[in-house]
Design a protein around this ligand. Structure first.
Ligand code: FAD
Length: 385
């Protein structure tokens, strides 16, 4: 089978690697002029690590990842430890794969290298999909630059504002969640010893929270700071933010947080609005199918958005290999993935409810944040489909 993949994010790249692994060919068409992953850190849970290991990327991931021994929940103001989750060897013992944290660019770069090792010419930049047509044997994509690509299957891996989704199913606006996120990558050398000894943590505050963890061999710290707002007009992942703006919202947090914000290089502070969508009822139409955020973008509070995308890729590659025809394959893919994407989406939203609460007023964040470990059992290579 020859597959046209629209979008060169984590979804499109993982899919290309998985398809090749099963003997298919794939070409990726990406609208950007260069392959560059926006965003900073990423948590890759055991369910997603297992897929990437199965795709032959274990050594590369081991080299770019940090494995946190523990993840802690803190009170935003006092810094008091509210809960601690053992990770590290416990995750490996429980799930047979690690929990890794890494720079998005490092994962993206690893996936790009793996795609190019398989076929150096398979990634086409500056190709923005603007049209689709059916052909006698599959589907065709038309790009803004006038180029055309044909395949037995066309996969929309083009993210939350997917053009393929819109072209196949019509326009549906993503839902703004009234949450915005600030982020930065801070060189560890800019931080004091207190921070360097501190583990990966989440500080729960009133209608806000602040997440931080080490990346790049503990030479840098990624932070994400989530806050509620009434409206949001701007688009994109790389909207510059200022220290004053972040401190205006997080200035009453404990010193670990405020020091980290102050230590962020000015040019490394960004913000963006968080959107999600309901998971689509139907994911495919003839030779066109959606995968990843194009089908089910979700809030980041579970840290499983990319995990779901990575699992999708392996299941779709398996389905088109194991099933007798495309129609059965796409039905099997959707049946396997929709309930899981729905569960992850709903649980992410549920975790977001901490934005409407105060850490001093009831509830046990520890329990709530711990119970979703059940997602980690999933073995995408072996689960029956
Ligand atoms: P994208 O990464 O959006 O890639 C889509 C690609 O398609 C882009 O390269 C885009 O340029 C291209 N494209 C778009 N339109 C077109 C077009 N018309 N033609 C051609 N190309 C096109 N997940 C985790 O597992 N762990 C985490 O810790 C985590 N943290 C997160 C933190 C935040 C704040 C957010 C917002 C998300 C987080 N996620 C996390 C979720 C994860 O980042 C996403 O689910 C994942 O990156 C989606 O990958 P994708 O390839 O489907 O989409």
């Amino acid at each position: 089978m020859h597959v046209v993949i629209v979008g060169g994010g984590i979804a499109g790249l993982t899919l290309a690697i998985a398809l090749r692994r099963f003997g298919h060919t794939a070409a990726i068409y990406e609208q950007a002029d260069e392959l560059r992953e926006a965003g900073a850190g990423l948590t890759v849970w055991p369910n997603a690590c297992r897929v990437l290991f199965d795709l032959g990327l274990k050594d590369k991931l081991d080299a770019i990842a940090v494995e946190p021994p523990v993840q802690k929940i803190f009170h935003y103001r006092s810094g008091e430890e509210l809960h601690a989750f053992e990770r590290g060897t416990k995750m490996r013992a429980d799930y047979g794969a690690p929990l890794y944290q890494m720079h998005r660019q490092d994962l993206h770069g690893t996936l790009i290298d793996a795609v190019r090792e398989g076929d150096p010419a398979s990634i086409h930049l500056s190709h923005r999909a603007v049209g689709i047509e059916r052909t006698a044997t599959g589907g065709r994509v038309v790009f803004a630059n006038g180029a055309v690509a044909e395949g037995d299957l066309v996969v929309g891996c083009d993210g939350i504002r997917s053009s393929i989704r819109e072209l196949v199913f019509g326009h549906e606006e993503p839902l703004f969640t009234n949450v915005i996120a600030y982020r930065a990558v801070v060189p560890a050398e800019r931080l004091g010893d207190a921070f360097r000894a501190d583990p990966t943590g989440i500080h729960l505050g009133p209608q806000s929270n602040f997440v931080h963890y080490f990346i790049r061999n503990r030479t840098a710290v990624n932070f994400l700071a989530f806050a509620l707002v009434d409206t949001w007009e701007e688009e994109g992942w790389r909207i510059p933010a200022t220290h004053d703006e972040v401190l205006a919202r997080f200035g009453d947090y404990n010193a670990i947080v405020t020091d980290l914000i102050r230590a962020a290089p000015a040019e490394a502070l960004f913000k963006w609005g968080l959107f999600d969508r309901e998971v689509r009822e139907i994911w495919s139409d003839g030779p066109f199918v959606l995968l990843g955020d194009a089908a089910h973008p979700m809030l980041p509070f579970l840290g499983q958005g990319a995990g779901m995308v990575i699992e999708d890729a392996l299941i779709l590659a398996r389905a088109v290999t194991e099933k007798p025809d495309l129609r059965t394959a796409l039905a099997a893919y959707q049946a396997a993935r929709k309930p899981r994407a729905n569960y992850a989406l709903r649980t992410s939203r549920e975790h977001g409810r901490y934005f409407n609460s105060h850490p001093d007023e009831g509830g046990s964040p520890g329990e709530a944040l711990g119970h979703t470990l059940d997602l980690n059992d999933y073995d995408a290579m072996r689960v029956p489909i």
